[in-house]
Design a protein. Sequence first.
Length: 84
Amino acid sequence: MDAKVTLSFDANIIDRAKKYAENQGLSLSRLTEILLRKATFGGYTNIEDIPIADWVNTVSEGDAEYTKPRKSKKMKDEYFNSKK
């Protein structure tokens, strides 16, 4: 079941995140959910231990490099299979 939440971020970060999510075939909500899932289900005791921390910092600073994007259908399938 989905629940709504209101968050506040720097407008530049939101614009970048929306573009990234769109390029990945995701909504910003699903991208945020995926990142939060990684953070909260990994058994990490410190935010610095989360493998996505470096990635998030890099994206927010604008230095990220990406390889060929995965197909959105494959990503959706992976996401929904992970919820089973």
